[in-house]
Design a protein around this ligand. Sequence first.
Ligand code: GTP
Ligand code: MG
Length: 319
Amino acid sequence: MDAQTLYDGILAGNRRAVARGLTWIDEGGVRGKDLAHRLFAHAGKARVIGITGAPGVGKSTLVNALAINLRRRQNTVGILAVDPSSPFSGGAILGDRIRMQESVDDQGVYMRSLASRGHVGGLSRAAFGAITLLDAAGFGTILVETVGAGQAEVEIMRYAQTVMVVLAPGLGDDIQAIKAGILEIGNVFIVNKSDREGADMTVRSLRGLLSLTPESGEWSPPIIKTEADRSVGIDRVVDSIEQHQSYLRQHNLLNDLRYRQAENVLEQSLDDVRKEVEMLSRRESLWKDTVEEILRGKDPSLYARKLFANWLNATPRGE
Ligand SMILES: Nc1nc2c(ncn2[C@@H]2O[C@H](COP(=O)(O)OP(=O)(O)OP(=O)(O)O)[C@@H](O)[C@H]2O)c(=O)[nH]1
Ligand SMILES: [Mg+2]
């Protein structure tokens, strides 16, 4: 499949094209980056919901229950599980569960896990590309699951409009150990496994931590108890997603987010250009000559600009 056919297929919502495009993006190479950038203009319509929290709290089970609930409400759902440590396991299990409970040929839900080999920045960039792709392909709601451990996850959550932080009782004082960063980005808090002892305690400690921050007129994050494996509390979760989305619309915050994403795409492109300039320059004797000029005491900035000008001449690009 060539890039244009793939691009057209994705915009038409073709599942094979979506699958192939996500593979390109997950690879982290030039063709995936180009694809994601071209699709950006067609994205911006989906609701992007982030689901994060410590390992094992029940995020995937919750995502599964949410997907089923959203399908009943006539939403189309794209699901991304971003998991650098165990690339395929979570995704496969989740996919199976959805297939078990819903019709096998449900075209309205698409699930994928991102493995994205490579560094932290690569993972978050691939996640953003994959969200853009699913959005451009027409999925109305996109659920993004990450393990809320590191910097990459917090970064990925910046691409979500509504961030749900999932906790489970029995972690005891660990609630104190939740990274302040995670608490700050949460718009909806879920205390899952509320069938277990200590759920109310967890809700209380959480309420204590959250009450330190609110300001009038601001969104005050709800705390919702769920039993994801039995679909208890899921309606309330979907309702609060919708309330948060209305809040974002009323305060014009979705436009702000879209602006920041456009800025992000521009920053990525600048980065790519810089790398391309270096790659092209290294291929030519120009590189060696330039280094020698600098050894002779010439201004490195001036010569960097010359490399850039040379690249610009060598790779003209139309509108
Ligand atoms: N008792 C109880 N168990 C649950 C509940 N929700 C999920 N589980 C179980 O908790 C375990 C972990 O669930 P997952 O959904 O895989 O958790 P996760 O947060 O996605 O885990 P990672 O992706 O590995 O971080 C599974 O065995 C679930 O069946 C719940 O409400 N109550
Ligand atoms: Mg999971």
